[in-house]
Design a protein around this ligand. Structure first.
Ligand SMILES: O=C(O)CCC(=O)C(=O)O
Length: 282
């Protein structure tokens, strides 16, 4: 599968070729894995900070158990990462992540959300869904959304790897989700420090963590086309102090500036120029 080729390319140290292959996999197969974007020490660091953020979230009264999403509290969800630690503000604009996002969504995009899901032993699967279907009505014809998934631990089928349906990024309507979709799920397996890039149209769910003692920790950076309203209203969610600390282009990617949806890609030349004709010029 192409996604695996991208992994092999990067593993052999041909980073540039690996990146090209990864982008091709993302465009054609709807996903790819880029290994070693963070080294093991840094991945461990981010994981430790994520646990601090989870504690801080609880302290602020925002539960890390979301019964609407997960069957039991073994899934630890952390929302509003960008408010909780500057480290997450660095990760969401990591150059490799932004490069992958631009390769699929184009030059301009918005950050729609940034959350974590730590699947602890005993956790079970949430609903099968595609992230694009959460923010755009069908038909889903083009990639208008995508995830950069940061692996903070090794991720395996046994410890609850995200399960996805190969080829499902080409499904345009919910009616195409077959009755046996749950049997077609495959795991995104990767080492700690990898990122998994996933087209927003890929149907997926969290895996069940069947290990006795391993956590599976993932961060989900969710990016969309700039004309889609983000899942989070960053103007309301980020404190004045956090907002004041942010610089472009992150401010634009979070929609913090005054200008919002102004049709930057439209042809706004004057009518005379748009329809300039030979005879008019003579
Ligand atoms: O944790 C996972 O593996 C998937 C999470 C997910 O898809 C979601 O929260 O929307």
């Amino acid at each position: 599968m192409m996604g695996e080729m991208a992994m092999a390319g990067a593993d052999t140290g041909t980073a540039a070729a690996g990146l090209v292959a990864a982008k091709q996999s993302l465009a054609e197969e709807g996903w790819c894995v880029l290994p070693a974007v963070l080294d093991a020490v840094r991945a461990g660091d981010v994981l430790a900070r994520l646990w601090d953020a989870a504690k801080e979230s609880e302290r602020r009264g925002i539960s890390t158990f979301m019964p609407v999403l997960d069957p039991n509290p073994s899934n630890v969800r952390v929302f509003y990462l960008l408010e909780l630690d500057a480290m997450f503000r660095d990760l969401i604009q990591h150059p490799v992540a932004v490069d992958m996002v631009r390769s699929l969504l184009g030059e301009t995009f918005l950050i729609s959300n940034f959350t974590a899901n730590i699947a602890r032993p005993g956790s079970r699967s949430m609903a099968l869904h595609s992230d694009q279907s959460l923010v755009v009505p069908e038909p889903w014809i083009q990639p208008w959304a995508m995830n950069i998934i940061w692996c903070l631990t090794d991720v395996t089928f046994e410890n609850g790897a995200t399960l996805f349906i190969p080829g499902s990024h080409l499904w345009r309507t919910r009616a195409e989700v077959s009755a046996d979709a749950d049997r077609r799920l495959r795991p995104f397996e990767a080492k700690a420090g990898s990122i998994i890039a996933m087209d927003g149209r890929v149907w997926h769910t969290s895996g069940a963590n069947a290990t006795p003692d391993q956590d599976r920790a993932l961060l989900f950076g969710y990016y969309t086309k700039p004309f889609l309203r983000p899942q989070v209203n960053w103007n309301a969610c980020l404190s004045p102090q956090t907002q004041a600390s942010l610089r472009p282009p992150l401010r634009d990617w979070l929609g913090l500036e005054v200008t919002a949806n102004t049709g930057a890609t439209a042809d706004l030349r004057y009518l005379d120029e748009q329809f300039a004709r030979q005879e008019a010029r003579a």
